[in-house]
Design a binder for this molecule. Structure first.
Ligand code: EPZ
Length: 407
């Protein structure tokens, strides 16, 4: 299904449940390469990035099987060194997790062109810095090689992916390792929980993460709810002037809720659910993305339509400073903006339907939210990019009363 067709202008009403988190499940899947047993994950979202990850794992001999809806069993008993399919690796940013996983497991990692949303350059220098700390050296033929040893990693900047790789290497290193300035996103903490269940000792302090490595076995875990997906549906409720309840883990949100409250949004936070009640005009908004617990960069594009249908707002990107390519797609719907990277101002805008191509995952879903608020029929092509991160997007939107189809 390549094109999402939205007949917008209808407020959305109802309740949806957030699926398992994309950015939480991907590190868990790659972490199984560190183990020599069976892991079972519950609440796994049926999204494109999971499918590609499982194909990559199977190249290494890790056998996966859906044993019930949303329940994935991965048997890593026969994991062996391998070279995965280059086109799978180049379509997935999480394939960078192979750097830490294969170096930790086999003492060797082949660097490859890694994929993911192409909204800006995605360097791997921090991943390589972590490898060096654990004894890995970059060879002239593009491999990390060495003998895994405990490491002290002092990250100069916060990176989710490099923290995941450092945790992978630390978890298999025989001895104590320390990771200074790690990412602390809920999805990183869920990896910490998995590594503990699999046999590693990990203490998290304000200074960093202290890890005692071990031979790891498989473990069972439930994937945490996707805070970005949950936030997206709350925004859909507010942007269309409806009332949407999302069942999720409310403790994962902080700066996102604060931003909406400051605009005067009516958010009702309960036990395991949040309700966004739209319909009244909101004041000028302001968001500045930052590593957790700051405003999540992945919720920046979906928040822009809310700014546009209200009094406008300022967006400042500190995580991916050039993540603004999607604004030209939103301008097709009448969204007005000005500025330059890393900060743009969104002006109050009169929306109309449009036909656009999803520029990337979150920019694509921002286009869908804009289309939902614009009266008339819009088409968003390239929806495969959106399905990489949103399980059942159109059926969930339909359950909220949206007139959305796909072809
Ligand atoms: C993860 O990407 C997520 N991807 C992204 O999700 C998310 O936007 C991002 O973290 C930030 O939260 C997955 O989990 C698969 P980073 P990652 O390393 O790990 C710079 C989505 O839409 N950096 O934390 O690649 C980097 O350029 C997406 O779901 C270096 O300079 O992000 C960026 O400015 C897209 N050198 C900043 O750090 C490096 O070696 C943070 O990136 C690595 C990163």
């Amino acid at each position: 299904m390549e094109t999402v067709i939205v007949r917008g202008g209808k407020p959305l009403y109802g309740t949806v449940t957030a699926d398992g988190s994309k950015n939480a499940v991907l590190p868990l899947l790659f972490a199984t390469l560190l183990t020599d047993g069976v892991s079972v994950f519950r609440g796994v979202p049926k999204i494109g990035d999971v499918e590609v990850s499982l194909r990559i794992l199977s190249a290494f001999g890790a056998e996966s099987e859906w044993i019930a809806p949303g329940v994935l069993r991965i048997d890593a008993s026969n994991v062996r060194e391998a070279l995965p399919n280059a086109s799978d690796v180049s379509s997935l940013r999480a394939a960078t997790y192979l750097i830490g996983a294969t170096y930790a497991r086999f003492g060797r990692a082949k660097l490859m062109p890694y994929g993911g949303c192409a909204f800006c350059s995605r360097p791997i220098d921090l991943h390589l810095l972590a490898c060096r700390a654990f004894g890995g050296r970059l060879t002239d033929d593009g491999e990390i090689r060495g003998v895994l040893r405990p490491g002290y990693v002092n990250f100069p900047a916060v990176s989710v992916g490099a923290t995941v790789n450092a945790l992978f290497m630390a978890a298999l290193s025989p001895g104590e390792s320390f990771i200074r300035r790690p990412a602390r996103e809920p999805h990183v903490m869920s990896l910490v929980r998995y590594l503990r269940l699999a046999g590693a000792t990990v203490s998290v302090t304000s200074e960093g993460m202290l890890v005692r490595g071990e031979k790891l076995h498989g473990a069972e875990m439930t994937v945490i709810p996707d805070m970005i997906e949950a936030g997206t549906y709350l925004l859909a409720g507010l942007t269309t002037g409806g009332k949407v309840t999302v069942k999720t883990d409310v403790s994962h949100f902080s700066a996102f809720f604060t931003t909406l409250f400051r605009m005067g949004a009516d958010l009702r936070i309960g036990e395991g659910e949040v309700t966004a009640v739209g319909g009244k005009p909101l004041s000028f908004g302001s968001l500045k993305t930052a590593p957790y617990p700051g405003f999540p960069t992945d919720l920046h594009p979906p928040t822009v339509p809310l700014f546009a249908v209200n009094a406008g707002g300022d967006v400042s990107e500190t995580v991916f400073p050039s993540r603004f390519g999607y604004l030209s797609a939103l301008s097709e719907f009448g969204v007005r903006y000005a500025g330059e990277e890393p900060s743009f101002r969104i002006y109050p805008s009169k929306l109309h339907p449009a036909e656009v191509t999803a520029p990337d995952l979150r920019g694509g879903v921002a286009a869908v939210l804009t289309a939902l608020a614009a009266e008339g029929e819009s088409r968003i092509h390239g929806a495969t990019l959106i399905h990489r991160g949103y399980a059942g997007l159109t059926s969930k939107l339909r359950s909220l009363g949206a007139d959305v189809t796909e072809e």
